[in-house]
Design a protein around this ligand. Structure first.
Ligand SMILES: [Fe+2]
Length: 183
């Protein structure tokens, strides 16, 4: 997936650096996918809450683009070569393309709940592994996870009732989550 490392940061073995680069590359693909998906949502939401959701999404796009940049530059710092092309992303990803086109704000937010669950879950798995491998990269992951979890809450606050229940609870596909959120 990534080219040979000819050097890495002082004090890190080649083996550890390769694994850290692989974890970074996985999140780089996730962030590149996420910021494009968020723009797609920004363009495709319809309904009475259009402007609120349309405008809520753009700061998330900007932040996630920034995360991708930080991840890619960390790969380069470790002696690796970040892969940022769309074809490579599509080949490498183990999740499906975002499946909702023009739809109501609630439907998109329901689907985005699932998107954020996937992205954040993988960040947290990475954090567990990085605690041993590289606390510096772990720190990058933790900072980005904190922001992603905040954005996830912005999404979920639209799906939550007064009792604290999410309309998307138990949904395991974007289509199911969108349908549940629209009810
Ligand atoms: Fe726009």
């Amino acid at each position: 997936m990534t080219s040979k490392l000819h050097y890495t940061v002082p004090g890190m073995s080649q083996t550890d650096a390769k694994r850290v680069v692989a974890l970074l590359q996985s999140r780089l693909h996730a962030c590149n996918d996420l910021h494009l998906t968020l723009k797609h949502v920004h363009w495709n939401v319809v309904g009475p809450h259009f402007i609120a959701v349309h405008e809520m999404i753009d700061p998330q796009v900007e932040a996630v683009r920034g995360f991708a940049d930080a991840l890619a530059e960390r790969i380069a710092t470790l002696g690796g070569s970040p892969v940022g092309t769309p074809g490579a992303l599509v080949k490498a990803r183990d999740w499906d393309e975002y499946s909702i086109g023009r739809a109501t704000t609630q439907e998109h937010l329901g689907a985005l709940d699932l998107v954020y669950q996937g992205v954040i879950g993988s960040y947290r798995e990475g954090i567990k592994e990085l605690g041993e491998l590289d606390p510096v990269t772990e720190d990058v992951f933790i900072g980005q996870t904190e922001q992603l979890e905040l954005f996830h809450w912005f999404v979920r606050a639209h799906l939550e009732d007064k009792g604290g229940h999410l309309s998307t609870e138990g949904a395991d596909t974007e289509a199911d989550a969108a349908a549940a959120a629209a009810k």
